[in-house]
Ligand binder design. Structure first.
Ligand code: SIN
Length: 193
């Protein structure tokens, strides 16, 4: 099991040189940038799978009624598709604030869709962080997402925009798609229990 690193993002911030680095996004960072980047390329990381197991108190929910957002959990042979951004280190200060609800930066190997490789920073929220919710059924996750709202908007929009973005990049994510279908069925009043 991946151990939560015992350090903060501020302590691990790379030196403030202008050397560009890759940042891999797999959740809202795919469809909502709001930060400066030089270029972006579809890419993936290996050994991690996307899961709606992280709570959101500050973006897509509140402390009293948390939303559910994506994090990565270790899974052998898994491939997680997302978007890689070439950024400069100064961008990390703003990103650390945006991802402050439990996410820590980790460095991992990066595989671009064109077959080339590199290394990237990725924000991960690991088990035991203050907003961690963990595993639940597809229906439970969809129900929670259907009602949660936070300062960044309805939790449903996060899910639907992420599902659309993954499809637009030409990939499938069965976990995200199952929750999307369950949410749309709930909204249409279809009983799938
Ligand atoms: C990411 O998108 O890479 C991190 C999680 C999020 O902000 O949704």
């Amino acid at each position: 099991m991946f151990e939560t690193p015992a350090f903060s993002n501020a302590e691990t911030r790379p030196d403030q040189s202008d050397t560009p680095m890759w940042l891999f996004g797999y959740g809202s960072l795919i469809y909502k940038t709001g930060f400066a980047f030089k270029t972006r390329r579809p890419a993936s990381i290996k050994g991690w799978t996307r899961r709606f197991w992280q709570g959101s108190h500050d973006h897509r929910g509140t402390l009293e009624a948390p939303g559910r957002v994506a994090t990565l959990v270790p899974q052998k042979e898994a491939v997680c598709h997302g978007m890689a951004y070439l950024i400069t280190p100064d961008v990390l200060e703003g990103l650390d604030v945006r991802e402050k609800n439990g996410y820590l930066r980790v460095v991992t190997d990066l595989y671009f869709d064109d077959g080339t490789c590199g290394e990237a920073l990725v924000y991960m929220a690991t088990e035991g962080n203050e907003a961690w919710l963990g595993e639940a059924s597809v229906l439970e996750i969809a129900q929670q997402i259907s009602t949660a709202v936070g300062p960044s908007g309805p939790n449903r929009d996060y899910l639907l925009m992420l599902a659309d973005s993954i499809r637009e990049m030409g990939h499938d994510d069965t976990h995200v798609e199952a929750i999307e279908q369950a949410l749309l069925a709930l909204e249409a009043g279809v009983d799938r229990s």
